[in-house]
Design a binder for this molecule. Structure first.
Ligand code: ZN
Length: 664
């Protein structure tokens, strides 16, 4: 037997390492600005305080890290000689630097290539396309179903052919995404630990591997990852170097999932749409308040899910929290505060489709965003991310959950008002400030003192005064706008960009065979606001108001029809309904319609308008009423003439006509 059971060894070793390193680790807690000064990399063993517990009890253990420590520090005991040599050749940059460094793009790709080459039957490294910098985005795929039946390890191992019963087991498909923000790289290094452990220590994962299909985006924002520096995360405690947030177009990729301006987004969207993952994890580092937790996270809002699936999300949540607490990793919801500090209360984050997890939800994938705390040392943050992912895999593949995930994904994980021909979907939600619960929270006392820079009072957290007390948590959203879901949308040939976006999202479209005049439900854009400065390469529209009407529309050969189905209606309404916050309209795909193409010269139209009003006494009366009721309008000669123009047949009917038509 090549692999030895490591459990006893881990416990003994873990205790020894813990005792020796806890004292040293206390200094590493984010208690002052001193913690922000990153020391030079030390030899690995000396500063390897990776399983150390900090003074607030917020840093725990993980099975993966215990096994990694065991294999590294007690060579030849946990692994046979051949595997030990292989394991040693797969030390990560994090380990080599004593927990101070994150893997560069080259280091990361080289490492994964080596791993994939070592276990060709059980994993694969593939490119999903180029990022904007022209470098490949790699996805590591663990063939978990084979892993579950692995009986030996080695370069020539092709695994055992699957039997029919084994193939029938429901699988949980999980995608982990790293370095969407390359300055927040814990997931990159944690994923390397995780997949190495799955391959080297499969015996500890026997309840998980047969039911797991795991894909890892090694470093999504390859462009930013290549742009390494040590300064752009001003408030962050390590690693010594990291990538930059913007990609090669200086885009924040965690806002690009709907508009897909980047090649990166095009590649990842295609992957997510085609693979239809059950679960998605996006790894980040927080900004914002100070508190004791290393690990916080948020997940897809239950309001986005059909009611039947909500208990399963809650079951996953309960299991995760329980397991993380058992391993001494207390967690809190991602800290969004009602006012300046956590004491004021927290509220649940709502992520729309532009964000990774918001986008995942549109494709019926439950998304989790992990946020480790910026002021905690990088090694602790990496450990927290690793512990989260380890437990995430364990809990989500448990007996009761895995069957549910498969069942509901196939039906479409969306909330429907009712399962009837005419139904409505919410497209906007707002936080319900009337409902809250009390949750335990571990924070720091805060105060104010004069700023050395401005003289004004500045906020200070006193990390010598930790507290634990219940705080208000606002965890409910209510719908504030909804749309009638049509049977199909028609997208004119002219909007090829939109058609391509739909296709990339896996939406099946068919061509209209011939020019046809049909009555369809259309919307006029009645009002909207636009941001005053470019936002992620766009002048984003918001606060959109529409007026629906049914009119005869010439649908032409080559226009496309997208049929609305339970599994795509959440996505289609989110992108094609113009009032939705992240609609293609909001992201400027239809700005052409917002500009009037023809007009008039006042001195010419004055005479025509007078004749027209005489022929339309009802409109003349309406004009008089409007003047009487609106003093500003009454004094504005141009506005009055323009009002008359817009009542006449001269005014173009396509101005502000939203060009996506609905078949009801
Ligand atoms: Zn981030």
């Amino acid at each position: 037997m090549k692999r030895l059971i490591l459990l006893g060894l881990c416990l003994g070793l873990g205790s020894g390492v813990l005792l020796a390193q806890r004292k040293a680790a206390k200094k590493a807690v984010s208690s002052s600005t001193e913690a922000l000064v990153v020391s030079k990399p030390q030899p690995a063993l000396k500063s390897y305080s990776l399983v150390a517990k900090d003074e607030f009890g917020t840093v725990g253990l993980s099975g993966v890290m215990q096994r990694a420590e065991g294999a590294r520090m007690a060579k030849g005991k946990a692994l046979g000689a051949e595997m030990q040599t292989l394991f040693d050749s797969l030390q990560t940059p994090f380990e080599k630097s004593g927990g101070l460094a994150t893997a560069s793009y080259t280091e990361c790709v080289t490492w994964y290539r080596r791993l994939a080459k070592a276990f060709p039957a059980y994993c694969a490294l593939t490119s999903i396309g180029l990022g904007d910098a022209g470098k490949d985005i790699y996805v590591f795929k663990l063939l978990g179903e084979r892993m579950g039946r692995m009986d030996r390890l080695g370069q020539s191992d092709d695994g055992i052919p699957a039997g029919p019963n084994q193939m029938a087991s429901p699988k949980v498909k999980i995608l982990i995404n790293n370095n969407i923000h390359p300055g927040e790289p814990e997931g990159t290094d944690a994923s390397m630990f995780l997949v190495r452990d799955l391959l080297f220590f499969g015996q500890y994962w026997q309840q998980t591997l047969p039911y797991l299909e795991l894909h890892v985006v090694c470093q999504y924002n390859v462009d930013g990852t290549l742009n390494r520096n040590a300064h752009s995360r001003a408030n962050q405690n390590g690693p010594v170097e990291y990538g930059f947030r913007g990609n090669a177009q200086n885009l924040d990729l965690n806002r690009d999932f709907i508009k897909m301006d980047s090649r990166n987004a095009k590649a990842l969207v295609a992957l997510m749409a085609s693979e239809k993952y059950h679960l998605f994890v996006d790894n980040h580092t927080s900004n914002g308040a100070d508190y004791q937790y290393v690990l916080t996270y948020f997940h897809t809002r239950p309001e986005k899910l059909m009611p039947e699936i909500v208990p399963n999300l809650l079951q996953l949540e309960t299991g995760l929290k329980h397991q993380l607490a058992r391993q001494d990793w207390p967690t809190a919801p991602y800290v969004e505060m009602i006012k300046t500090v956590p004491d004021s209360g927290l509220f649940a984050f709502w992520e729309s489709g532009r964000y990774a997890t918001g986008f995942a939800a549109l494709h019926n994938t439950i998304g989790y965003t992990v946020e480790t705390h910026m002021l905690k040392p990088f090694s602790q943050r990496m450990l927290a991310t690793l512990a989260f992912m380890e437990q995430f895999l364990t809990v989500s593949t448990s007996d009761s959950l895995r069957a549910q995930f498969e069942k509901y994904r196939m039906k479409g994980w969306v909330r429907r008002v009712a399962d009837q021909p005419v139904h409505y979907l919410p497209i906007a939600h707002t936080l319900d400030l009337k409902q809250h619960e009390m949750i335990p929270f571990k924070g720091f006392e805060f105060g104010y003192r004069p700023s050395e820079i401005t003289g004004a009072d500045r906020l200070v957290y006193d990390t010598r005064k930790p507290w634990e007390k219940p705080v208000r948590y606002y965890n409910h959203y209510v719908p504030t706008d909804s749309v009638r879901v049509p049977r199909a949308y028609i997208i004119p040939f002219a909007y090829d960009d939109v058609i391509q976006k739909l296709k990339r999202n896996g939406i099946a479209v068919s061509n209209v065979p011939m020019d046809t005049l049909v009555s369809l439900r259309v919307s006029y854009i009645v009002d909207y606001k636009t941001v005053s400065h470019p936002y992620e390469k766009h002048y984003l529209h918001h606060s959109v108001k529409t007026r629906d009407t049914v009119m005869k529309v010439m649908v032409r050969a080559g226009d496309v029809v997208a049929v609305v189905k339970p599994d795509n209606e959440r996505f289609l309404t989110a992108v094609l309904e113009p009032r939705a916050a992240d609609s293609y309209f909001a992201w400027n795909s239809f700005d052409g319609i917002l500009q009037q193409k023809e007009g008039y010269s006042d001195y010419v139209f004055e005479d025509k308008a007078a004749v027209w009003l005489k022929a339309h006494p009802d409109k003349y009366a309406e004009l008089q009423r409007k003047k009487a009721q609106d003093p500003v309008f009454a004094k504005d000669a141009w506005a009055q003439l323009n009002w008359v123009y817009k009542q006449t047949e001269h005014y173009e009917p396509t101005h502000n006509l939203y060009p996506i038509y609905r078949v009801d």
